[in-house]
Design a protein around this ligand. Structure first.
Ligand SMILES: [Mg+2]
Length: 197
């Protein structure tokens, strides 16, 4: 099968080091569990014009070295890659293209080579949304944590494994949406056969 992955909140724990950066910069004490809205301007009570410059600053800071996969993610992904074709579709800015590809090749060597797509720009030949790219690639499964992307991807009939996070607890499971807590769980589900659920 062709399986698509989101990066932040799925392959990589973004929020933990981002909050270290944010708390240091603003003298706040946010923890992951406080982030109940995917929109960081709302969760962190920050003016929207601040967020992109902050993310830029974070990505260029030493804190970005702590952007790493959650425990057991690497093992699970290598196992899935043995039987399936894996893609990455990220809404990260293309400004972080080099850094992102480098990070993926360190933590997931040879797995996503040439299959990393940045969905954020209109110039992309498939259009700019994750769901339309997923559809064009004929992905059958997508692993995602953003509630908005989950609805647009399932609207295309693509099955989603929703990676549990405080910002997506309101998303309900249905025939196309299955909540998971780690990547080993996805390995087990794929092995047992999707139709047996
Ligand atoms: Mg994400």
């Amino acid at each position: 099968m062709k399986i698509g992955y989101d990066i932040d909140g799925v392959l990589i724990d973004f929020i933990t080091p981002y909050l270290w950066f944010h708390n240091k910069k603003y003298g706040t004490r946010f923890q992951k569990e406080d982030i109940k809205n995917y929109d960081l301007t709302k969760s962190l009570k920050l003016p929207s014009k601040k967020i992109f410059p902050d993310i830029m600053q974070f990505m260029e800071s030493k804190y970005s070295e702590y952007l790493v996969p959650a425990e057991s993610t690497q093992e699970a992904i290598s196992e899935i890659a043995m039987e399936h074709d894996l893609y990455v579709i990220t809404s990260r800015s293309e400004l972080f293209k080099r850094q992102t590809e480098e990070m993926l090749s360190i933590y997931f060597p040879n797995i996503f080579d040439g299959r990393v797509i940045f969905s954020s720009y209109n110039t992309h030949k498939w259009g700019n949304s994750k769901s339309s790219i997923a559809e064009s690639l004929r992905l059958e499964i997508f692993i995602e944590d953003n509630p908005d992307d989950i609805s647009s991807i399932t609207a295309k009939g693509i099955r989603v494994f929703l990676m549990d996070a405080p910002w997506n607890r309101k998303v309900k499971e249905n025939s196309l949406v299955t909540r998971v807590y780690n990547h080993s769980e996805i390995v087990r589900i794929l092995k047992s056969g999707l139709n047996n659920r």
